[in-house]
Design a protein around this ligand. Structure first.
Ligand SMILES: Cc1ncc(C[n+]2csc(CCOP(=O)(O)OP(=O)(O)O)c2C)c(N)n1
Length: 545
């Protein structure tokens, strides 16, 4: 049956298993929108700004493990969309972004909203392609999905000239491209076993590749067999249960000093699915020249980029762990066990608040907020957040259990928290999804609260309000004391704002009120915002002993 370009695009998406599409409509891709309208298995979530839409798609992909899809119109829409694509790139999240483009016949005249997307997106995406002949939609769009999800996953941009979408396409004989998971070869497993058996002070760093390949249970098995402590890379908390007695903490902003020292003193580092980012490595100082490194990653490009391994294994992390667990014998050297127990004890001590400030001085204590979240959220909750000093309390004190998920941009993009909660809740409607934002970042994508209301997506959104760009203020005070510029904010009454959007809003200024609000919001079936007033003088958890 003949189809127009828009229908052919939808046909590919259906074959690829797409169910939800996040975007802002535009006149440059009306055919695609109309074909989505025609199909009852697809739903279009119309966001209020493309940045929000791209964060939703990114979080949807992280939650489901599928490719996220977002859409935007030509130049203005595409440039707004780019923040989520950059996030997906740094976080290795598979996304296909469909972008309406200027008519073929008008291109290269700086036509209305014209931007040349392959060069604009060349540093933000794995691949950017324009489909200028509708007959090639099946071939190129299936390939876009394949590129997004294979190897080290990431975002792919597909631009769709408006007049191309009117062209007629014949049947799509293509099928989604699937590749087998990469398995390590037998020799390399033997070598890994030899190195692990010889090591006296080994440590594992678990990165995003553990989450992407769903390797956590095999990682637990390996760590238990050998009594090896596990740390997690920056913002990859749930790669290993933080409640496990072999967990020793997370790397990245505010990492425990003792953890950094432990890794620096290790004689063997087993790095699983991590690219050793600047944050994870504490400005590339994490691993000393004397320690041996075994680096396992799905992408050969990640290997040797920062540290030179003694053994490099290009493989799916889960396949690697399965093969290793099958062959390796349990080991319980006493010295190793002693080191592990001490490192875990230090982590538990670090992540346990020493003193809660319970005086009612108009502010809630963030340590208690985190304690209450842990106590009252269900065991399979999803928590989202982004950059900001409020994150320092989450990072230090929240211990993710085996079924919990944390979603946060390793790119540090402000504005991610609330739209990403919408994406996650769309993927997992039965789970409780809580976003935690600062007042600065929340206002960057505040309009998406209306999206949550319009589609009845009952997220819980905490806004930690210190009336500041607190992180930058802290940097400013360190580097240029008492020369404050650009970091004081004034804010609306967030609870009233939420109500005006049609949701539910509560403002709290002490911990008792916070706990009541949290309990109330867990029973609520509307999107709920809890504004938490915090002391603007206490800018970070990292100052606490
Ligand atoms: C999109 C974006 N713009 C700017 C920054 C730089 N930045 C990092 S944290 C921060 C302030 C965050 O303020 P807020 O969200 O209120 O959280 P707080 O630090 O006060 O807890 C800024 C401006 C960024 N990371 N992302």
């Amino acid at each position: 049956m003949n189809k127009h370009g828009g229908q052919a695009i939808v046909e590919v998406m259906k074959k690829e298993g797409v169910k939800k599409i996040f975007g802002v409509p535009g006149e440059s891709y009306l055919n695609v929108l109309d074909a989505i309208y025609e199909d009852s298995t697809l739903s279009f979530i119309s966001a209020r700004q493309e940045g929000g839409a791209s964060f939703m798609a990114e979080a949807y992909a992280k939650t489901t493990g599928d490719v996220g899809v977002c859409t935007a119109t030509r130049g203005p829409g595409a440039t707004n969309l780019s923040v989520g694509l950059h996030t997906a790139f740094q976080d290795s999240t598979p996304i296909v972004a469909l972008i309406g483009q200027v008519e073929k016949k008008f291109k290269d005249r700086e036509a209305f909203q014209e931007v040349e997307f392959s060069s604009y997106f060349s540093h933000l995406c794995k691949w950017a392609v324009e489909i200028s002949d509708a007959k090639r939609i099946p071939e190129l769009l299936h390939r876009a999905f394949h590129v997004a999800r294979s190897g080290r996953p990431g975002p792919v941009v597909v631009s769709l000239p408006e007049d191309m979408q009117d062209e007629i396409v014949l049947d799509n004989h293509y099928a989604p491209i699937r590749v087998n998971s990469n398995r390590p070869n037998k020799d390399s497993i033997k070598q890994v076993i030899k190195e692990l058996n010889q090591a006296e002070h080994p440590v594992i760093i678990a990165g995003g590749g553990v989450i992407l390949s769903e390797a956590t249970s095999n990682l637990i098995q390996l760590s238990e067999k050998l009594n090896i402590p596990v740390s997690t890379a920056f913002r990859r908390f749930h790669a290993f249960p933080n409640t496990h007695s072999n967990y020793i903490g997370s790397l990245g902003l505010g990492a425990r000093k003792g953890l950094l020292e432990y890794i620096q003193e290790s004689d063997l580092v087993l790095a699983l699915g991590t690219k050793f980012s600047q944050m994870t490595t504490d400005d590339y100082t994490l691993i000393n020249n004397q320690s041996k490194l075994i680096h396992v990653d799905i992408s050969p490009d990640s290997i040797g980029k920062v540290y030179k391994p003694c053994l490099s294994i290009v493989a799916d992390v889960n396949e690697f762990l399965k093969d290793l667990n099958e062959k390796i014998k349990p080991d319980s050297k006493n010295d190793k066990l002693k080191l592990l127990k001490e490192a875990n004890k230090q982590y538990v001590d670090f992540s346990t608040p020493k003193k809660i400030d319970d005086k009612k001085d108009g502010y809630a204590d963030m340590k208690k907020v985190i304690q209450d979240l842990k106590a009252y959220l269900p065991d399979n909750a999803i928590i989202t957040s982004y950059a900001g000093n409020f994150f320092s309390w989450i990072s230090r004190y929240y211990r993710y259990g085996e079924d919990e998920i944390y979603l946060g941009p390793t790119s540090g993009a402000m504005g991610y928290g609330m739209p990403s909660a919408i994406g996650a809740k769309t993927a997992e409607p039965d789970k409780v999804v809580v976003s935690i934002s600062g007042d600065g970042g929340f206002m960057m994508t505040v309009q998406e609260f209306e999206t949550a209301v319009r589609y009845n997506i009952p997220i819980i959104s905490l806004v930690i309000n210190n009336n500041k760009y607190g992180t930058i203020r802290a940097h400013q005070e360190n580097k240029f004391p008492e020369r404050v510029i650009g970091t004081n904010l004034t804010n609306p009454n967030f609870a009233e704002l939420a109500k005006n959007f049609g949701g539910y809003g509560i403002k709290v200024d002490d911990n008792e009120l916070f706990l009541n609000a949290l309990k109330e919001s867990l029973d609520n079936d509307k999107p709920t915002l809890i504004e938490v007033a915090v002391n603007p003088k206490i800018l970070s958890a990292n100052k606490e002993s």
